[in-house]
Design a protein around this ligand. Structure first.
Ligand code: GDP
Ligand code: MG
Length: 456
């Protein structure tokens, strides 16, 4: 998929403006990419339609070539549908905040209750889990186990409601009949209010498929507890069925957000786009394993990248727009202007920065001063890059600061330490010497190509 897409964009790159043919062809490929990623068909149609309209209406950008421009639009649309910015939990003005979990059986609600509880507790909240899944006798026990693992107390029916680590709960009061999930949920919230739990997480029952009773029950729990958040929990591997399921929960229960689970599997994340499109609500969290800590805040931009899986193309755009982190840029400018020489210490820092940003070669042209070195560095492939790093790492701090002092025996030691031949070390030092010289000349000439905001 991504190969085909990348190829399309490469072809687009060579042209000057976005033609309708270009856009149509790109849109076709995006459609395939989304279907590959398991996005549901109606969602794919809607999405590509939006992208097509925007791409055709887009003004031709000076900074980006046509291919990049389409990618940018695709990416922006994806991020926007996935919820734009990461959305935080809505906390109630008057605690407790009531968070209800709803979703099909096996989607990961009970597991999520533990994760969410653990996560909230780490942030200083005092969560309470409420066992309102009374469908199977095991469900309550399962939540108790989960709560114990997370160190979060559990309000459960019938047994004096006492589990976990809550001394207040352990005094044991208000035994309820095992049976009515709505009562349990309501009592759980009341209990939380009494005992100063500031967040209540209600675990509810699911069925294997959408059904009317289930929806009504979930709806009633939501109404009776006056839930602040109703999180729709969905297995990311669900594929095409995501649309139908999400629609049923959005219509039947009413949801305020989604949690995607099992993202540690090989799901391509298409469900994210399907669900977000159908429900119009953001995705708040991602579940990435069975452990209590396998849980993270959902980042729409990362998911957009995962869905399209065209990392290098997207990275390129980001880089073109973001270039360097401001502080880093200032620091480098200082370095170039200062009297002191460029050293291996600086070099190593820059290498780390480049690595963090991804593709080395794409970045070279954007680094201050590096345009001059590009011809030399460009010939390095990434493996060579690793060897260079190994060599620099084998240098002592003194050697990094004073490359000229690296004599024969030091070179031999560095070669041995980094597993390269002495001649490679020689080459590196020679290249580095040239780079230093170039930078000195640049400083003298005062020209700072590629350094925005610098005096020319
Ligand atoms: P519920 O029926 O909605 O309450 O779902 P459960 O919480 O009982 O989860 C069903 C199964 O999925 C359990 O075996 C969990 O361990 C597993 N599970 C839940 N979330 C994840 C996840 O993010 N990744 C993986 N790999 N497994 C998960
Ligand atoms: Mg469950």
């Amino acid at each position: 998929l991504s190969d085909r897409l990348t190829e399309t964009f490469r072809n687009l790159k060579r042209k000057g403006a976005l033609s309708e043919t270009d856009v149509n062809k790109t849109v076709r490929d995006i459609r395939m990419a989304l279907l590959d990623a398991d996005v549901a068909l109606p969602v794919v149609k809607q999405f590509t339609g939006q992208v097509r309209d925007r791409a055709l209406g887009a003004e031709v950008s000076k900074a980006l070539n046509p291919g990049q421009q389409v990618v940018k639009i695709v990416n922006e649309e994806l991020v926007s549908i996935l919820g734009g910015q990461t959305r935080r939990l809505n906390l109630a003005k008057n605690p407790p905040t009531v968070i209800m979990l709803a979703g099909l059986q096996g989607s990961g609600k009970t597991t999520l209750a533990g994760k969410l509880g653990f996560w909230l507790k780490e942030q200083g909240h005092t969560p309470l889990l409420v066992a309102a899944d009374l469908q199977r006798p095991n469900a309550v026990t399962q939540l108790e186990v989960v709560g114990e693992r997370a160190g979060v107390p559990v309000f459960a029916p019938e047994r004096g409601n006492v589990f976990g680590h809550d001394a207040a709960l352990e005094s044991g009061e208000g035994t309820r009949s095992f049976g009515d999930p709505i009562d349990v949920a309501v009592d759980g919230v009341a209990h939380a209010r009494d005992k100063n739990h500031d967040v209540v997480i209600i675990d509810t029952a699911g069925r294997l498929a959408v059904d009317v009773d289930l929806m009504r029950q979930a709806h009633d729990i939501r109404m009776e507890t006056n839930a602040d958040e109703v999180l729709f929990v969905i297995d990311a591997m669900i594929g095409q069925a995501a649309v139908e399921t999400a629609k049923a929960f959005a219509d039947g229960v009413g949801i305020t957000g989604t949690v995607l689970t099992k993202l540690d599997g090989d799901a391509r994340g298409g469900a994210a786009l399907s669900v977000a499109t159908v429900t119009g609500e953001p995705i708040l969290f991602a579940s990435t394993g069975e452990g209590v800590k396998d849980f993270e805040t959902f980042h729409p931009d990362r998911m957009a990248g995962r869905i399209l899986d065209m990392g290098d193309v997207l990275t390129l755009i980001e880089q073109a727009e973001k270039a360097f982190d401001q502080a880093q840029q200032r620091e480098m400018a200082r370095k170039f202007l200062a009297e002191e020489d460029f050293t291996f210490v600086d070099f190593l820092e820059q290498m780390q920065a480049i690595k963090k940003m991804g593709s080395l070669k794409q970045m070279l042209g954007m680094m201050p001063g590096m345009q001059q070195m590009r011809a030399q560095l460009d010939s390095l492939d990434d493996k060579e890059f690793d060897r260079v790093e190994a060599m620099v790492r084998s240098m002592t701090p003194f050697e990094r600061m004073h490359p000229k002092q690296i004599n024969g025996s030091r070179r031999a030691r560095i070669a041995k330490g980094s597993g390269v031949s002495p001649s490679e070390v020689n080459q590196l030092l020679e290249r580095f010497g040239q780079a230093q010289k170039m930078m000195r000349q640049m400083r003298k000439g005062g020209a700072m190509p590629g350094m925005p905001g610098m005096p020319g």
